[in-house]
Design a protein around this ligand. Structure first.
Ligand code: SAM
Ligand code: FES
Length: 350
C-alpha cells in the first residue's frame, strides 16, 4: 500500500516510472487509486488546456481492408461485412458540412484499401487543404512505406493515427496474423514522427492476452516515444471474428489508463473514445473526467455508419453529424467542459 502511494506521488511529480512500477499501479486499480490519479490528471490537463474539449470530425471513408487483424470487425475474412467506399465528392461534402458545424480537424480513417492508392489519398488531402486551409487533416490508414507517408505529408497532412496496439512483441503476434509484424508497426510510427507528423499511437484496453505487464510495456513505450496523441478505448468483441467470444475491456481499467497516460504526458491529446461510450452510457464523460480532452464525433454519411462496425453495438450510428455534436456538446457542458472551435494542435514538439 505504502509502495503504491510512493509510486503515485512519483508519477504525479513528473518522474519517470519503471515497467514494474506501472504494472503495480495497474494491478492495484482500486476506486481510491483511480480517484487520486483522475484528480491529478484533471489538474495537469487544465494547466495546458483549461476546460476545453477538442473535436475531431471522423470520416470513416472505406471499410475495405487487406489486413486480417484478429480483433477487427472489418478484417479481410469478415464475410458478413457489407463493404463500402466513399467517393472524393462524398468525403469533401462531409468536410464542408463539418466545417460549417465548427470542426477544424478532419480525420480520414479507413481500412488498408488498395483502391485508395497513395496518389488518390494525396489528391484527397490536397483537395481538403485547398477547400479548408484553416483545418488540420489527420490520416489513419494503417501501415505504409516511408515514401508514402512523405508524399502525404508534402500534400499537407498534419497528423497520423496508428495505434501500436501493444508494445509487447509476443502479445502483438497473438493479435495479428503472421503476415503482419511488430517491427513494421514500430517502423511506421518512427517514420511518421521523423517526417514531422503529429503522431498518435495507442492500444485497446482489455484486448485478449493483455496483462498488467503488457500494459506496463505500453506505458513505457508511450513514456519514451512521446507521441502527441494517444488513442485508447476498451476492446469490444466483434461477432464473426476469432475473438467474438472474448470478454470486453472494462470501464475501470480504461479510466485508470487514461489518467496514467495524462500524467505521463501532461500535454497529450487524449480522446474519450466511441468505444468507451459504447461500454458505458456515460463513458465519454467519465473519460474526460479521468483526463481525456478530445472527442471524435462521426461525420460519415449516416447511410454507411453501421457498416464501419469494428465491434458490436457501436453507438452514434444513426444520428446526423449535427445531432451528434449537439448531444456531445450538452454532455460536456453538464460536466463543466466546453467544446471549442479550434484545430487543437498538440503542445508537444517532435
Ligand atoms: N486501418 C487503420 C489502422 O489499422 O490503424 C485504421 C482503422 S483500425 C479499424 C482503427 C483502430 O480500431 C485499430 O487501431 C484498433 O485499435 C481499433 N479496433 C479494431 N477492432 C476493435 C475492437 N474489436 N474493439 C475496439 N477497438 C477496435
Ligand atoms: Fe484493417 Fe481492421 S483489419 S481496419
Amino acid at each position: 500500500m505504502e509502495k503504491i502511494r510512493e509510486t503515485t506521488e512519483k508519477l504525479i511529480s513528473g518522474e519517470r516510472l519503471e515497467k514494474a512500477e506501472f504494472a503495480a499501479l495497474i494491478r492495484a486499480n482500486s476506486p481510491q487509486l483511480r480517484e487520486k490519479l483522475a484528480a491529478a490528471a484533471d489538474e495537469k490537463r487544465r494547466t495546458f488546456y483549461g476546460s476545453s474539449v477538442y473535436i475531431r470530425g471522423l470520416i470513416e471513408f472505406t471499410n475495405c481492408c487487406k489486413n486480417n487483424c484478429l480483433y477487427c470487425g472489418i478484417r479481410r475474412s469478415q464475410v458478413c461485412a457489407e463493404r463500402y467506399r466513399l467517393s472524393e465528392e462524398d468525403i469533401l461534402a462531409c468536410c464542408d458540412a463539418g466545417h460549417e458545424l465548427g470542426f477544424r480537424t478532419f480525420v480520414l480513417q479507413g481500412g488498408e484499401d488498395p483502391y485508395f492508392t497513395p496518389e488518390r489519398i494525396e489528391d484527397l488531402v490536397r483537395a481538403i487543404k485547398t477547400a479548408h486551409p484553416d483545418c488540420a487533416v489527420t490520416l489513419s490508414v494503417g501501415e505504409q512505406p516511408r515514401e508514402v507517408y512523405a508524399l502525404w505529408k508534402a500534400a499537407g497532412a498534419d497528423r497520423y493515427l496508428l495505434r501500436h496496439e501493444t508494445a509487447d512483441k509476443a502479445h502483438y503476434e497473438k493479435l495479428h496474423p503472421s503476415e503482419m509484424s511488430f517491427e513494421n508497426r514500430m517502423r511506421c510510427l518512427h517514420d511518421l514522427k521523423s517526417l514531422g507528423y503529429q503522431v498518435g499511437c495507442g492500444m485497446m484496453i482489455g484486448s485478449p492476452f493483455q496483462t498488467p505487464e503488457t500494459l506496463a510495456e505500453d506505458l513505457c513505450f508511450i513514456q519514451s516515444f512521446r507521441p502527441q496523441m494517444v488513442g485508447m478505448g476498451p476492446f469490444i468483441p466483434a461477432a464473426g471474428t476469432p475473438f467474438e467470444k472474448e470478454r470486453a475491456g472494462t470501464l475501470e481499467e480504461t479510466l485508470l489508463l487514461l489518467s496514467l497516460v495524462r500524467l505521463i504526458l501532461p500535454e497529450v491529446l487524449l480522446p474519450a473514445t466511441t468505444a468507451l461510450g459504447t461500454i458505458d452510457p456515460l463513458g465519454r464523460e467519465k473519460g474526460i473526467l479521468a483526463g481525456a480532452n478530445v472527442v471524435m464525433p462521426n461525420l460519415s454519411p449516416v447511410s454507411v455508419r453501421k457498416k464501419y462496425a469494428l465491434y458490436d453495438s457501436k453507438i452514434c450510428t444513426g444520428d446526423e453529424a449535427a445531432e451528434c455534436l449537439r448531444c456531445l456538446a450538452a454532455r460536456m457542458h453538464r460536466i463543466g467542459f466546453e467544446i471549442v472551435t479550434d484545430r487543437g494542435d498538440s503542445k508537444l514538439v517532435n
